[in-house]
Design a protein around this ligand. Sequence first.
Ligand SMILES: *Cc1c(COP(=O)(O)O)cnc(C)c1O
Length: 475
Amino acid sequence: MKYISTRGDQSPKHFCDILLEGLAPDGGLYLPESYPSVDDATLTRWREVYHQQGYADLAFEILSLYIDDIPADDLRALCRKTYTAEVFGTGEIVPLRHLEDGLWLEALSNGPTLAFKDMAMQLLGNLFEYELGRRGAELNILGATSGDTGSAAEYAMRGKKGVRVFMTSPHGRMSPFQQAQMFSLMDDNIFNIAIEGVFDDCQDIVKAVSNDLDFKRQYKIGTVNSINWARLLAQVVYYFAGYIQATEENSQQVSFTVPSGNFGNVCAGHVARQMGLPIAQLVVATNENDVLDEFFRTGVYRVRGSADTHETSSPSMDISKASNFERFVFDLLGRNATRTAALFGSQLNQVGQFDLSADPLFAQAAGVYGFASGKSTHSDRLATIRDVFQRHGMVIDTHTADGVKVAREHVQAGTPMVVLETALPIKFAETIHEALGQLPDRPAKFNGIEALPKRVVVMPSDAARVKTFITERCS
Ligand SMILES: *Cc1c(COP(=O)(O)O)cnc(C)c1O
């Protein structure tokens, strides 16, 4: 299996070549040359694998179609080391729970940081350690986070040989729970940097450091952001696991509703569907930051400025542009790299938007690719959290509430609708309290974490200071 860039770079690469890379050299995103197709017999076999051997072995089956430069035994061992009941709380890893008529919840947030990003990041940590070990190389991950990504990355990389994590976050702006999760890590290879500024300042610092190519090369700076193909690939697995749990035979179809920000999660659903998984609809659910809902409704993709990007009660979906969206558009345009490069390169840079509404291909987003969309507001999410609690006695988080709200608008009789649960409510306790007048349950292992000692340095918003900090830790 070789990988190509959405913007036409002609040098195909293998999985491990792109594992440690971010964007392709031409600014595009990596995708496999073609999607392997899964026939009926294989899907039936995978049912057996999931039910008899478990999630890790299903992950191995799927990953091995895309990874031909890690020996099979090693890859299987990496999957088994990653997807354990100890790390993910249950043997099923992603258990499906029935909510109401036609609607199911797939639990993706029982990993170490209680958000779905653990599903991919935990595998990435093990893949990085393996590949860096093979190459005798090191990597310094520099990131910016407003919450979930940073903690998922730190919990995946802690104690891993060859990797250091330098994670910037806006000083005093994460929830106390999120701060406690990240800052209580005492591992030698994890460094928390609280920047006196907002999330955009953190992102600007990461960009400034990464744009200093000499520094980047000398200090082996890398990222773990959501455009990393390995993260996306890891996420494909739980669409298969969700489908297998929701059905008894392959003639049945299932739809998924996915709380979306950067289009990473639902893009994995698109890949699963392209592989032949019988998915009817892929419903993209956004919050007030509705870049994606607007596209699927109108054909216009309009990137927002920071003044136009809202801080919401589902903060992990507060995006101004959807960084994985280029992958889907590349497929939608019949894999026309020249057109994709024109739209996402010059057009977005110069005009900030593109409009496919008049292009006959746009109709295929719904017709051929199964996409639909919807959005929620803060009051929708409060109402949904309240309603799900009153009717089902279940507390759901704000992102999942967005998914449930939108899913209910798209349920089709006879087709199970699976909502991906992307976080546990304890991460967003304030909003749960606002909705229910009570705080959500806290998993026992998180009792008292706010009182643990914290390891974090506070710094002004200054890329040079961050570089010096990295330099001092790498000598
Ligand atoms: C990151 C995140 C999302 C959005 O996922 P994308 O892949 O960016 O679309 C949704 N919910 C939670 C809880 C998240 O952490």
